[in-house]
Design a protein around this ligand. Structure first.
Ligand code: ACO
Length: 319
């Protein structure tokens, strides 16, 4: 059995932070951030956690699908910035929305939502789920070094969710990729206080990112992954109605647009007002596109993401 997405939802905290706000305490400018990244504002939490955002995005998605939380068979959430290692984001959402089903998290950094979607696809294929909720949620502001201008200006907080229902058709093709290593992107956890453990590094528990290496990786894998899923589904780029990529950097999207020869109006971008929300980025963008009313039944939508791990993923959905 396959699945279709029958509801989408998203949520971001209300506190809006502009580039000028950041320039008050960082050596940066609205001009630099707008030109080099494409972000103008992002939301930054003043109290809510990733699981709080996730539950609100989930409620919105359930409302759209008309499904009762009690009828869900599965919840999978993707996050790397949860306030708790345990309970999981998915487990907290399960309790908050009143569901009664297995719930667990996956972590594949910014590609996490697509890894979670593919994990859920396995449950549909085995017939062990008929209704599922897949979420990407990040309070990435928690793991930013707010004195590092090369990362602090890029990211934002939020969550996106999708309700999946069993269907003959819907998830047409997918690809997942991991290139293990910690030299380009890493986010260390604390080492703890064990008197026996002697850490090799004194890394702080914040995002380290080599921006230029990430940029090169992103453009390469995005173009490769798009071609892989098009080949698997026996489709051409022109068959795709909308391309919803990870909202990392507008310049990366412009490179992909040229390399893949995608019409610019087919690429959905909202990073200008969200920033890079890591695992939440693709489902938040998908929800914004869906709520714009431009997605019609039968449309082909291509999702693509890349990020820490290093990781990347893509899939094609028939709406
Ligand atoms: N404001 C002003 N100047 C800055 C800033 C800033 N916020 N950040 C860096 N600079 C400076 C640098 O210090 C450098 O100055 P120098 O020439 O005097 O040394 C100059 O700007 C150019 O720096 P670059 O690193 O070459 O800037 P670049 O154009 O590559 O932009 C950026 C940096 C935005 C990080 C870009 O490389 C990028 O977007 N990379 C991809 C990031 C990404 O996609 N991440 C997603 C995955 S994250 C995850 O998975 C958790």
């Amino acid at each position: 059995m396959n699945f279709k997405i029958t509801g989408t939802g998203s949520y971001a905290p209300t506190n809006t932070v502009s580039n000028d706000d950041l320039a008050k305490f960082l050596d940066t400018s609205d001009e630099w951030i707008t030109q080099r990244v494409g972000v103008r504002t992002r939301r930054v939490s003043t109290g809510e956690t990733a699981a709080d955002f996730a539950a609100k995005a989930a409620q919105n998605a359930l409302e759209m699908s008309g499904i009762d939380a009690k009828d869900l068979d599965l919840i999978v959430a993707a996050s790397l910035s949860s306030d708790f290692a345990c309970p999981t984001v998915a487990g907290t959402v399960q309790a908050k929305i009143g569901a009664n089903c297995p719930a667990f998290d996956v972590n594949s950094a910014c590609s996490g939502f697509l890894f979670a979607l593919d994990t859920a696809a396995g449950f549909f294929a085995r017939g062990t789920a008929k209704k599922a909720l897949v979420i990407g949620a990040e309070r990435i502001s928690k793991i930013l070094d707010w004195t590092d201008r090369s990362t602090a200006v890029i990211f934002g907080d939020g969550a996106g969710a999708a309700v999946l229902e069993a269907s003959e058709d819907g998830y047409l093709a997918s690809t997942l990729y991991t290139q293990g290593g910690d030299d380009v992107i890493r986010i260390p956890n604390t080492h703890g206080t064990s008197p026996y453990f002697k850490p090799e590094t004194e890394d702080t528990p914040y995002i380290y990112m080599n921006g230029q290496e990430t940029f090169k990786f992103a453009v390469n894998v995005m173009c490769r992954d798009v071609n892989i899923v098009l080949d698997k589904a026996n489709l051409k780029i022109d068959d795709i109605k909308y391309f919803v990529p990870h909202q990392a950097n507008m310049r990366i999207l412009r490179f992909a647009e040229k390399k893949l020869k995608i019409a610019p109006d087919k690429i959905f971008a909202n990073l200008e007002h969200t920033g890079n929300t890591s695992a939440a980025s693709v489902p938040m963008a998908l929800d914004e596109l869906n709520r714009s009313g431009n997605l019609k039944k039968g449309d082909l939508v291509l999702l693509s993401a890349f990020g820490g791990g290093l990781s990347s993923a893509a899939c094609i959905l028939r709406w």
